[in-house]
Design a protein around this ligand. Sequence first.
Ligand code: FES
Ligand code: FES
Length: 186
Amino acid sequence: MRVAVKINGQPSTVNVEPSRLLVELLRDRLRLTGTKFACETSVCGACTVLLDGRAVKSCTILAVQVDGRDVTTIEGLSADGLTTVQQAFRAEHAVQCGFCTPGMVVSVTALIGEDENPTDDRIRAALEGNLCRCTGYAGILRAVRYAAAVQRGETPIAQAGRALESPLASREVTPVQVRASDVEVV
Ligand code: FES
Ligand code: FES
């Protein structure tokens, strides 16, 4: 089937099998390998991309479903250099492994686009579908706060390294708070 889709701002027309997943189209056909294919079961969020500006899991969507739509991958986000979110991840030491980080950055980009002043609960909810099984979420939570502040026109001071002194430290997100059963598949 022919699919006309804008990918990272570039109009493309591709022939795909009806059963081909969006993540497979991105990675295998278009070589956009920043989008990861990890759990393959709609749980981990490593395959998250923006579809018309909304964060979605590309392993839950058929390639034919993006016909006429706008897909942005992690490569497209940083075409003009590091974005506000990526700079925030760097400032707050939130960059983790290459599997979880691209999806985290995409999800945070969608969140910050919708809400320049998200509460910590909203941040946690927005990241429920992005799992890290080995490190943690404290730096990521700080990075989202940082990015949101920049988005509001403020000049935040990075809190990396100060987390243990912060009263917020006791409320940092831990992996156990993120459960696969809470993931909403979009
Ligand atoms: S690979 Fe899509 S959610 Fe894990
Ligand atoms: S899955 Fe990436 S650091 Fe844990």
